[in-house]
Design a protein around this ligand. Structure first.
Ligand SMILES: Cc1cc2nc3c(=O)[nH]c(=O)nc-3n(C[C@H](O)[C@H](O)[C@H](O)COP(=O)(O)OP(=O)(O)OC[C@H]3O[C@@H](n4cnc5c(N)ncnc54)[C@H](O)[C@@H]3O)c2cc1C
Length: 395
């Protein structure tokens, strides 16, 4: 049966009416772009001054989008989700650190998260960012210099830096393979993405021989990525490993356009939303057509794309919870998709970040901006919450 995403009783069964009203208040405040812009600018600064705003952040945007400050604190959310057959992608949400010590520390944290995930039911994946274990500037250099992209270096220090990044990534993927936990590598800005892709494909070729362990992320808001998906698949076939992908539209659209304009480059972003949607759905179709050798995560809040993937499973006579097809939405968004898919037996998760408030601010800022700029999405969330509150006879 094709799922319906309109059932708000299923979607919000895990939330009390008080929690729903808080979510409504927060989403309503995100309707004001000037408020989000002001908050985005001021929050990192205010946190640094030591003013007592942490509690306010914790009770509002943090609670809506983040699982807790520590791994242990995520337990409550994970247990609640598990009781509705919703799984979890755990995300240690630290971003933007720029020294070797913090990269080593992040690699150890990722391995801790893998060990933790393997000890809990319902956490089949963790997510990582290569920028948590590698210097952004180094990735930028690797991306822009063809000499370096070929893997040949004439600077001893860069070779050593590359070895250290490779070693961290290898240890994370090795631990994941041992513990049977999938590692989803996030896609980031296009001007560092080539070396990230290369690293992930290297890891896939080592650890995905038998089953999918390492997943790359493909951003279909880039006009070159559908072709990249097909090329990656070809490489996987040639090298005989399982291709594993998380399909997303992409989270850095405005930043990408500005970077391209500032540098006099053509924008890597699709000309319009329709083109992004078309490529996203074509990518879903391509993966489903090759589902015996591609493992797919439909990471989206777009109802049409999620419906398409569910429909294709049905059309092909495959089980809803086919071991190569998984759906995921961010924690705090699109519960109507997640919980209705879970109720119909599909394999689905919430992407759940955790970390100290100061550290997850960049993630929270992206969520705030996304909920402002994707006006349709916030409107949809709000109307579903209002519908459910009305059903519960609460104003
Ligand atoms: C589980 C999960 C993991 C994620 N991981 C990543 C990740 O690793 N890297 C990453 O970058 N993002 C990631 N995202 C975020 C994702 O890229 C999107 O920003 C977000 O999910 C919104 O897209 P959507 O598919 O839900 O659908 P929709 O709400 O239908 O689409 C909104 C998206 O469409 C695109 N878009 C909007 N307007 C235009 C336009 N005018 N022209 C062209 N394109 C347009 C943008 O990408 C925008 O975010 C992840 C999302 C999820 C759910």
């Amino acid at each position: 049966m094709v799922p319906s995403f309109d059932n708000t009783e299923t979607a919000f069964a895990y939330k009390s009416s008080k929690q729903l009203k808080n979510a409504r208040l927060l989403l309503n405040s995100m309707h004001y772009p000037w408020l989000v812009a002001l908050g985005t600018r001021l929050t990192p600064f205010v946190l640094k001054t030591g003013l007592p705003v942490k509690n306010l952040i914790r009770k509002t945007i943090f609670n809506q989008f983040v699982g807790g400050e520590t791994l242990e604190e995520t337990k409550e959310v994970c247990n609640t989700l598990a009781s509705y057959n919703v799984q979890v992608i755990l995300d240690y949400g630290v971003e933007g650190k720029e020294n070797e010590e913090s990269f080593d520390h992040a690699a150890e944290e990722f391995i801790n998260v893998i060990n933790y995930a393997s000890s809990q039911p319902g956490i089949p994946f963790i997510s990582i960012k290569v920028t948590a274990i590698a210097r952004f500037g180094f990735l930028e250099t690797m991306n822009s210099a063809p000499r370096l992209r070929s893997g040949i270096h004439d600077h001893e220090d860069e070779m050593e830096e590359q070895d250290r990044v490779y070693d961290r990534m290898y240890r994370i993927c090795e631990a994941a393979a041992e513990k049977n936990v999938g590692v989803l590598v996030d896609a980031e800005e296009s001007w560092i993405q080539d070396p990230v892709d290369k690293l992930v494909i290297d890891m896939m070729s080592i650890f995905n021989k038998e089953k999918p362990v390492v997943y790359n992320t493909i951003q279909l808001y880039r006009h070159d990525r559908l072709q990249f998906l097909k090329m990656s698949h070809r490489i996987a076939r040639q090298k005989q490993f399982k291709m594993a992908v998380k399909l997303v539209r992409g989270a850095y659209m405005e930043k990408e356009r500005k970077y391209a304009a500032d540098n006099g480059n053509p924008s890597p972003i699709q000309p319009d939303k329709e083109s992004t949607d078309r490529d996203y759905n074509t990518a879903v179709q391509y993966c489903m057509e090759n589902i015996s050798d591609i493992a797919l995560i439909v990471a989206s809040h777009n109802e049409e794309s999620c419906m398409l993937a569910a429909q294709l499973l049905i059309d092909k006579g495959l089980p809803h919870n086919h071991h190569h097809v998984h759906f995921s939405q961010l924690y705090g968004m699109s519960d109507n998709i997640t919980f209705n898919l879970a109720k119909d037996g599909y394999s689905v998760s919430k992407y759940l970040p955790f970390g100290p408030i100061n550290e997850v601010i960049p993630y929270l800022m992206r969520r705030a901006q996304e909920n402002t700029s994707v006006s349709g999405q916030t409107g949809r969330e709000l109307s579903l919450i209002n519908k459910e509150l009305k059903r519960r006879k609460i104003s």
